[in-house]
Design a protein around this ligand. Structure first.
Ligand code: FAD
Ligand code: NA
Length: 388
């Protein structure tokens, strides 16, 4: 296919661009992905022995309050009425998360009213009132008081960053939400659910168009017919890979955290009774355990086995999957230098979480791609405006 537009990366950002360009503008779009599947980090697959849908790159819950995004995604899939809730296992006891009145009362073996709980938290937080904490540990104590912070946040955060919170910047957390009701719903968005027939069916429908050609196991930077040289300067490109990689790390490396996942099939029906259990204590080195059957209670999954996945967190090396931007002052300065370089590129647009060095939820990646389509791609192909 002679491409009118090349999209590098088949995550939700790239898929949205490709779908819009092909469906609305009738363009021939070639999508490249170096992985062997579409969908980027939101990709899931059926575990072979059990048929249970496993989120390969970490649990993905869809939620949005953006009506434009909600209408858009509903063209390709319906959503179940799944409501996400998280629990946390501390000191041999299980508590509801995020921290709410139920958590506090269980923690104190008490029956505090909302106002009494507020007063108690304020009193505890008073330990560092009026100070300007520089490290995350002091900030945590100042926000919610030492008892809740040390039970549920301190070591969990320490494990996430593989760093003692005393050595982490206070800027990592702006707030630690505490709810003074028994509402333990994880997300507050208008719309929430999981794709009824799974993420893969959703993504396949987005590219189910003869005008879209997907080339898997194809790295944009690889030499050869499909490689960068052939594409650059000849066809407009939307690039959703890492921005520093695009410029051969000339301005330095942007730092990321990555996750390691340890999947296990157990010969029991139910391991933990919920989808996600946090482990905020130091006696285990993983941060949480996912149990995938609980994402789809409406499905008729086997009762003979269940699939769990332990999650470990650490800093990413260059060959690891980049998951969460570390975003230090140094990273932000590096990013600005790359943004200057981006201005020199006349045939390439950068987007998505890797191309922007920014954490995006799925609905944000889709929303941002729809905006790029309306503001840049459509004006270029419809009215001949400059691509970049
Ligand atoms: P990606 O999905 O990362 O896609 C980028 C694609 O580009 C990849 O497929 C990659 O292989 C490809 N690529 C990169 N370089 C090249 C190259 N040189 N050549 C060819 N292809 C290349 N969002 C939610 O809304 N809810 C959640 O619960 C949620 N949980 C998450 C959990 C984790 C652990 C992570 C990391 C993210 C989570 N997200 C969640 C965010 C969600 O994954 C992102 O919003 C989404 O992946 C963004 O899509 P993207 O297209 O920007 O990037
Ligand atoms: Na998640």
């Amino acid at each position: 296919m002679q491409a009118d537009l090349v999209v590098v990366g088949s995550g939700l950002f790239g898929l949205t661009i490709a779908e819009r360009a092909a469906t609305e503008l009738g363009l021939n779009v070639v999508v490249l992905d170096r992985r062997g599947h579409i969908g980027g980090n939101a990709y899931t697959e059926k575990e072979k022995a059990t048929g249970i849908e496993v989120h390969v790159y970490g649990a993905h819950l869809f939620h949005t309050s953006n009506e434009r995004v909600w209408a858009y995604v509903n063209q390709f899939t319906s959503f179940t009425n799944y409501v996400h809730r998280v629990f946390t296992r501390h000191n041999g006891e299980v508590f509801p998360m995020p921290i709410n009145l139920g958590t506090i009362n269980q923690f104190l073996h008490a029956a505090l009213s909302p106002q009494e709980a507020r007063d108690w938290v304020r009193e505890q937080a008073g330990e560092l009132a009026g100070t300007d904490p520089e490290n995350l540990n002091d900030k945590g104590i100042q926000l919610i008081g030492r008892p809740l912070y040390e039970a549920f946040i301190k070591y969990y955060t320490g494990k996430q960053w593989q760093t003692d919170p005393k050595d982490l910047s206070a800027s990592i957390i702006r707030r630690l939400p505490v709810r003074y009701t028994y509402d333990s719903r994880y997300f507050n968005d208008t719309h929430e659910g999981l794709p009824t027939e799974g993420y893969t069916a959703w993504f396949e429908r987005m590219v189910d168009n003869p005008k879209i050609e997907v080339r898997l196991d194809t790295d944009f930077f690889a030499e050869g017919e499909l490689g960068r040289a052939r594409v650059l300067g000849q066809v407009p490109v939307v690039y959703t890979g890492p921005i520093d990689r695009y410029f051969d790390y000339a301005e330095g490396e942007l730092k990321w955290r990555t996750l390691d996942f340890e999947k296990e099939v157990l010969p029991i029906e139910d391991f933990q009774g919920c989808a996600v259990m946090n482990y905020p204590d130091l006696d285990v080195d993983f941060t949480r355990i996912h149990e995938f059957r609980h994402f789809h209670p409406e499905r008729d999954y086997t009762k003979d086995a269940t699939v769990i996945m332990r999650e470990y967190s650490r800093f990413a090396g260059r060959s690891d999957e980049p998951y969460y931007p570390v975003n230090t002052d140094e990273d932000r300065a590096t990013l600005l230098r790359y943004r200057d370089r981006v201005k020199e590129e006349k045939t390439i647009l950068f987007g998505g979480r890797l191309g922007s060095y920014k954490y995006y939820d799925m609905h944000m990646a889709i929303g941002s791609a729809l905006t790029m389509f309306e503001n840049k791609i459509k004006p270029h192909f419809v009215s001949g405006e400059a691509f970049v």
